[in-house]
Design a protein around this ligand. Structure first.
Ligand code: B12
Ligand code: SF4
Length: 390
């Protein structure tokens, strides 16, 4: 039986490819119980929400259910959370699921639902307290964006403050640049927020418009300013190289971020193309994906988005990562992509299999990975590669 966010986008294909018996799209809790019950009493697979199952006629995908109520109590006592915390550096917790926004590259609404489904704020605080009692005092909220919508974010902060957790634990969130105001920043700080990773994407108005982002440069500037005022560390993640990106727009974005000085900038390059996203439709309107300039893939034949398929605007030239490294220069705040000329063992800021990070965690560092890496002081790989002369 398979499940998870990535799986949800390609459920029956991945089940078929891997030889699994079942796959579950979307939420796993009720579906897993439903699958178990049906396996006990005769197999009415159609009744299990989100279940992908195989019949004589091939694979079927039941619609995912997106249960509206997410407030079931979560004792968090069924696994050794502390062992994961010691190796992973942070505990996970959710305040809601789903996102109504339509950022062109994002598959989260497909995997989590387009309607936001809330958890009761006091239930979230209670769960945080239970984790704290197990010795887990650094959390990462696993919501796609903690502040979409802002009202729920405020309520969750209030619940954490009321429970007296603000002084006892610290937490990190992913957040949209908008809505983000002084009140939210203040309450986040009081609730224990140590760091925010903003979905910044770009600072260029045309690129942000194409990406269907809800913010513009002034919102980005204000969010960073408010974080600084409250003493909350902040990272801005960029998604450079999408449709419409040019050397001028990249220069504008990196220049703006350099001026705004968030604690960290993630200069991500290239857009992974997921089925059902607007980015794919935009690119298809420009021609056949198989021959479209800018499509990056390591397989031949027709484009099949099951296999990693990326887009980097061809306007950025033959060595877009090198261009970004040159524009970033020696700014130590920036996590850069790997320069095309780098040796094979060079890694970017991918957290997976990152020994610098895991060594730091085993020494006792805790927190969001960008925050740990920035404290180690070596985010900028271009800079490191050339001993600071890049
Ligand atoms: C929080 C988060 C992180 C945090 C985790 C912090 C922590 N302490 O847990 C951090 C910052 C560490 C992180 C890092 C990375 N992440 Co991340 N992360 C997320 C995020 C936002 C939430 C994940 C989560 O825990 N959700 C809460 C749980 C309860 O929900 P869930 O995992 O979806 O599980 C439910 C169902 O999917 C299902 N289910 C899940 N598993 C299974 C298994 C079975 C058998 C079944 C039946 C059902 C089932 O049931 C669950 C309950 O309903 C997701 C996006 C998202 N909104 O989900 C991305 C996401 C999982 N991350 C992603 C990526 C790429 C990464 C990185 C590789 C980024 C990088 N380049 O470094 C690293 C990997 C780190 C590593 N070592 O592996 C991708 C994965 C894409 C994919 N699979 O195709 C996602 C989907 C974001 C995205 N859209 O790109 N991440
Ligand atoms: S990028 Fe964030 S705001 Fe945009 S659709 Fe995805 S989860 Fe929602």
């Amino acid at each position: 039986m398979l499940g998870g966010v990535g799986l949800s986008l390609f459920a029956s294909r991945l089940a078929a490819l891997t030889g699994a018996d079942f796959a579950i799209r979307g939420d796993g809790e009720e579906a897993t119980i439903g699958l178990y019950r049906q396996s006990q009493k005769g197999g009415n697979w159609c009744s299990v929400p989100g279940l992908c199952w195989k019949s004589d006629k091939g694979w079927f995908e039941n619609p995912a259910a997106w249960p509206r109520i997410l407030s079931s109590p979560r004792p968090r006592d069924s696994i050794d959370n502390l062992a994961y915390f010691r190796r992973g550096g942070q505990g996970g917790i959710e305040s809601k699921r789903g996102c109504p926004r339509r950022c062109i590259y994002c598959a989260d609404p497909q995997a989590k639902g387009r309607k936001v489904r809330f958890r009761e704020p006091h239930a979230v605080a209670q769960e945080a307290a239970r984790l704290l009692a197990q010795g887990i005092d650094v959390l990462h909220f696993c919501d796609g964006e903690f502040n979409v919508p802002g009202s729920h974010a405020l309520s969750v902060c209030d619940a954490l403050i009321e429970a007296g957790l603000g002084e006892k634990l610290r937490f990190y969130v992913y957040a949209a640049v908008r809505p983000f105001d002084a009140e939210l920043a203040r309450r986040l700080k009081r609730a224990g927020c140590a760091g925010i990773n903003f979905t910044g994407d770009s600072a260029h108005p045309e690129v942000l418009r194409t990406y269907l982002a809800a913010h513009r440069e002034p919102h980005l500037a204000e969010a960073i300013r408010l974080c600084k005022a409250e003493g909350i560390a902040c990272m801005v993640d960029l998604l450079l190289g999408g449709p419409g990106e040019t050397p001028e727009t990249v220069t504008h974005t990196l220049g703006t971020l350099e001026r705004l000085e968030p604690d960290c900038i993630g200069a991500g390059l290239g857009m992974r193309l997921y089925p059902g996203t607007a980015a794919v439709e935009i690119l298809k309107s420009q021609g056949n994906l198989a021959t479209l300039p800018g499509i990056k893939r390591q397989y031949g034949g027709e484009v099949d988005l099951l296999w990693p398929t990326f887009y980097i605007a061809p306007e950025l030239g033959r060595a877009p990562a090198k261009l970004i490294c040159e524009l970033v220069g020696n700014n130590p705040r920036v996590f850069t992509p790997v320069d095309e000329s780098a040796t094979a063992d060079k890694h970017d800021h991918n957290y997976n299999d990152n020994s610098e990070l895991t060594d730091a965690i085993s020494r006792g560092e805790r927190g969001a990975y960008w925050d740990i890496l920035r404290k180690l002081g070596t985010p900028n790989d271009c800079f490191n590669q050339s001993d600071g002369k890049a």
